[in-house]
Design a protein around this ligand. Structure first.
Ligand code: ADP
Ligand code: PEP
Ligand code: MN
Length: 527
């Protein structure tokens, strides 16, 4: 049977709950005992074994359409069409036997001209509530004429048999661009649903519409000045884009067209570890009725969430529609970016907390995509792991990094955007010795950068990375601006800085086809 016929059959399932209002979805989450109501008004669900994304279980169907376009490798693993069709049949048979199914019809892409009509069919009510919060909701009229151009099918309780199904484990996230399907099974982590549509957009926007998709957050100031914040997970995209002085466009996924930028999503997905009203008031207050808390520990009696409890995972999350934040811009569209911030959480503690990049350095750092993954919280583990993830988002990029980098470079040139590198990671020493940069300092630095206050201040060129470090910034002690001065032992600083510089050079070897002016814009220290 044809794929579209099977999808229609799921839509016609006798108990398919189609675009239920939020209150009804919440009721279904509770009555099906998928989650509990918390004191905030948000529901809380847990996800068992998978509390984060599962990159080794992600595949793209290799077919005539994708064969020569996709950058095949560890991130984009190929699976053949027969295997996909076979698994699709099994998953949809499994779903059709469920008592109830849930469908969300809506959009990805805040600009009507470029948006992708999508459908999300889920086994769980709470996953549908998640889709309702994260994607763009249709108006009543739009819903009547809605024709999905991509469908996510999510069956978390269906487990694959790797031997037969060609997967790596019981879990799979498979995209078929030919059949316009994302097939998810074996994992309950809701982030897969939104990030798989992001991957789809990362393929479709550049290849079909000449638009640059970006793993970044965005906000806009009172003068219409637009800022982007690129960064890998945990670097501060969501936290720093929620700014009482600027209107939020989105916290994670955007696209840059010839008209300006637009949010791909309709909601946010914030980390809630150690969340406090004092430090992150906007996010804290966004957690209310309609929102979904994922893997947050909740006190059984008081039903109060305990954001400091990481016993289920460090990666606790809150999903909420963008209008849960007060100062937003809607629709989530704005002009061309004036300022671009690359966020990195440097656990070596050697990168300056803020530096100004030349256009070549911007390209170098965009391709490098450096941040640190921290070792677990086990005692005794102090060594951070440097990771380089091209374009600050390689797990979500089906095309070669150079494709996105070239587009970004052209746009930065055309619109003369100033790029800053901001280290939200360690200061005063590496992880285990120093401490995380105070959020208040980072906020002050970002504010100064966005208000143009760093344009004309004195800068010093740092000796290992060749970065221009502003010497004054309102609200930040000048010693904090110069990382070496925050270390007790300057020689220890030098040796860590050299270690990181070498890692940059090693990583950049794979970009040997890139122009030499960009290759030369890396760390000035060479072993
Ligand atoms: N100096 C800092 N800048 C940004 N975030 C910080 C800083 N110090 C601590 N944090 C914490 O780091 C986390 C950043 O996560 P988040 O903003 O969700 O990242 P992303 O959206 O890029 O995945 C938050 O929990 C935030 O409170
Ligand atoms: C949801 C995710 O994104 P981020 O951590 O960047 O918010 C993720 O990487 O699973
Ligand atoms: Mn985020």
């Amino acid at each position: 049977m044809n794929i579209q016929t099977i999808v229609s059959q799921l839509n016609q399932h006798k108990n398919n709950q189609d675009n239920l209002p939020i209150a009804s979805l919440v009721e279904r989450v509770l009555s099906r005992e998928e989650g509990i109501l918390t004191s905030t008004g948000a529901v809380r669900a847990t996800t068992g074994k998978y509390t984060g994304r599962s990159p080794k279980d992600k595949f793209i169907v290799q077919d005539e359409e994708t064969k020569d376009q996709v950058e095949w490798g560890e991130v984009n693993q190929p699976i053949n069409e027969d295997k996909f069709l076979n698994l699709f049949n099994k998953v949809t048979d499994y779903l059709s036997e469920q008592d109830e199914l849930f469908t969300f019809n809506g959009f990805a892409g805040g600009d009507e001209k470029y948006r992708l009509p999508i459908q999300v069919i889920t086994q769980f009510a709470w996953h549908n509530l998640f889709a309702n919060q994260l994607f763009i909701r249709p108006t009543e009229d739009e819903l009547k004429n809605h024709k999905p151009e991509f469908t996510v099918v999510s069956a978390p309780h269906f487990k694959a048999d790797p031997e037969v199904d060609g997967t790596n484990s019981e879990t799979f996230i498979i995209v078929s661009f030919k059949h316009k399907i994302v097939l998810i099974g074996g994992t309950e982590y809701a982030g897969e649903i939104k990030k798989s549509i992001f991957s789809v957009m990362n393929y479709l926007l550049p290849t079909k519409q000449d638009i640059l998709p970006m793993h970044c957050s965005a906000n806009v100031g009172s003068e219409g000045d637009v800022a982007l914040f690129f960064g890998l997970s945990g670097t501060g995209k969501t936290t720093l884009s929620a700014d009482p002085n600027r209107r939020l466009i989105g916290d994670d996924e955007h696209a840059w067209s010839q008209n300006g930028i637009f949010n791909i999503e309709g909601g946010c997905y914030a980390k809630t570890v150690n969340l406090s009203e004092e430090k992150e008031p906007q996010i804290y207050n966004a957690i209310r009725f309609g929102a979904v808390l994922e893997n947050v520990v909740v006190n059984e009696d008081s039903r109060l969430p305990d954001y400091d409890d990481t016993s289920l995972t460090e990666n606790t999350r809150a999903a909420y529609a963008i209008d849960h934040i007060d100062n937003i811009i809607q629709p989530s569209i704005a002009g061309h970016p004036n300022t671009i911030v690359f966020l990195t959480a440097d656990a070596f503690g050697v990168l300056p907390p803020i530096s100004k990049l030349t256009k070549e350095q911007a390209m170098y750092h965009f391709l490098s995509g450096y941040t640190s993954k921290l070792a677990g919280t086990e005692r005794g583990i102090t060594e951070p792991e440097a990771t380089f993830s091209a374009c600050f988002g390689s797990p979500f990029l089906p095309l070669p990094a150079a494709t996105y980098a070239k587009m970004l470079g052209e746009k930065i040139d055309e619109h003369d955007a100033q790029v800053f590198l901001v280290n939200t990671g360690w200061t005063g020493g590496p992880y285990g010795v120093g401490s995380r940069m105070k959020l208040g300092y980072t906020r002050s630095m970002v504010q100064a950068a966005l208000e143009g206050e760093l344009n004309n201040v004195d800068t010093v060129k740092d000796e290992f990375f060749g970065l221009s470090i502003p010497q004054q910034c309102p609200g930040v002690p000048s010693d904090v601006l110069n990382p070496k001065k925050t270390w007790e032992d300057p020689e220890a600083y030098d040796s860590k800085a050299k270690e990181l510089a070498s890692k940059f050079h090693n990583n950049f070897k794979k970009f040997n086809h890139i122009t030499t002016d960009i290759q030369n814009a890396g760390p000035t220290f060479k072993a």
